[in-house]
Design a protein around this ligand. Structure first.
Ligand code: SF4
Length: 363
């Protein structure tokens, strides 16, 4: 994976972070103050605790963070995949103006597949091992389209063709285990796109694949997004993946957004110590590193007992500079530069100087 930032549209038009009023005029997906909490015997797990963002069609948002930061729980909430009764969900998720929080699960199920679909990290767990790949695409297509089996089969072969499966007219009758890992991922993309979803969520879509196949799958997602003009969310722990694909990046920590801006801006002048940590721990294949990788020290916090003040303070190398403020007060998520939001107490000039003098030269 090449983490260098390729050229992309530089503005975040049509996508915004709520401040958090009405959805932006172009927002196709609008999330406001989303909270997803799981009651457990040990206490309430606050996996997502106040997320807000907008996403327009034709745009790609990368949601980035370490495991446990809440990014996958957010995407599962949007797709309505949390088991009822195991979770309390509040706030608002609007898809094309339709509210999804607190509505009949059947309505969300209907929208899933028809207007939104998801690509998972592991296609084997998302595809049924006893049915052929073609059968699964055909069934997914026929749930939302009243067409004959032969028409649906032709569509399935077309989709397999589109995602680059060779000899699609015969491979359509193969079982998932007869496909290689990369081909299974392509087949799942074909299944996810078979109903032309307006929103596509890809959760760690390339983690299990080798580097060459990763690049092919990312190219494929980008090409198909352009063709379908979908709104796309890429969920990943790897900033290299979003460097390839995203227009905008939202960094999550402990269930909340800690930084958000256009992808160019995040790579050029990130404003949050957590984002700096993600960057310094990212392998670079495009150029020789001057220093060793520096993973973020410590481990992600418990989501039952989230640290006081800024949840990142036990791991932050700069918390001491603020004389106890980081331990006592949660920093607000505010616009620190034009179209650039972050949640950090450090004064602007200090963030600029740390990035320019301590972080950037080591990448
Ligand atoms: Fe670090 Fe304090 Fe900024 Fe949190 S608020 S990221 S602890 S400097």
């Amino acid at each position: 994976m090449t983490p260098a930032r390729p050229p992309v549209a530089a503005t975040a038009s049509g996508v915004g972070i709520g401040g958090l009023g009405a959805p932006g005029p172009d927002a196709f997906l609008s999330v406001r103050d989303l909270r997803v909490h799981f009651p457990t015997d040990d206490g309430l797990v606050k996996s997502v605790d106040g997320m807000s963002f907008d996403l327009a069609r034709g745009r790609t948002l990368g949601i980035v963070g370490e495991s446990g930061s809440g990014k996958s729980v957010t995407s599962m909430a949007i797709m309505g995949l949390h088991k009822p009764g195991t979770v309390t969900m509040t706030g608002s998720i609007r898809l094309g103006g339709q509210e999804l929080v607190g509505v009949d699960p059947d309505l969300v199920r209907e929208l899933r597949g028809k207007r939104m679909s998801m690509i998972f990290q592991d296609p084997l767990s998302a595809m049924h091992p006893f049915y052929t790949v073609g059968h699964q695409i055909i069934e997914a297509y026929r749930v939302h389209n009243h067409v004959s089996k032969s028409v649906a089969r032709k569509h399935a072969i077309d989709m397999l063709d589109r995602v680059g499966i060779p000899q699609s007219s015969s491979r359509v009758d193969d079982f998932p285990h007869q496909f290689s890992g990369g081909m299974r991922q392509r087949a799942m993309i074909a299944m996810a796109l078979s109903c032309d979803p307006e929103l596509l969520i890809a959760d760690e879509p390339t983690t299990a694949l080798d580097v060459t196949v990763q690049a092919q799958i990312l190219d494929l997602i980008r090409d198909l997004q352009r063709e379908f003009n979908s709104a796309v969310i890429i969920i990943t722990h790897d900033l290299g993946v979003v460097a390839e694909l995203a227009d905008d990046i939202l960094v999550m920590y402990a269930g909340r957004a800690v930084e958000y801006s256009s992808a160019d801006t995040i790579f050029e002048r990130p404003q949050h110590p957590n984002t700096w940590g993600l960057l310094t721990s990212m392998p670079r294949l495009d150029r020789e590193r001057i220093t060793r990788l520096r993973p973020i020290k410590g481990t992600p916090p418990s989501l039952i007992n989230v640290p006081s003040g800024c949840p990142f303070h036990p791991r932050c190398a700069y918390a001491e500079r603020m004389g106890g403020l980081c331990q006592s007060e949660r920093p607000p998520f505010i616009e620190v530069l034009p179209s650039h939001h972050a949640a950090c107490h450090l004064p602007q000039h200090e963030r600029t100087s740390i990035w320019a003098n301590d972080i950037q030269p080591t990448l």
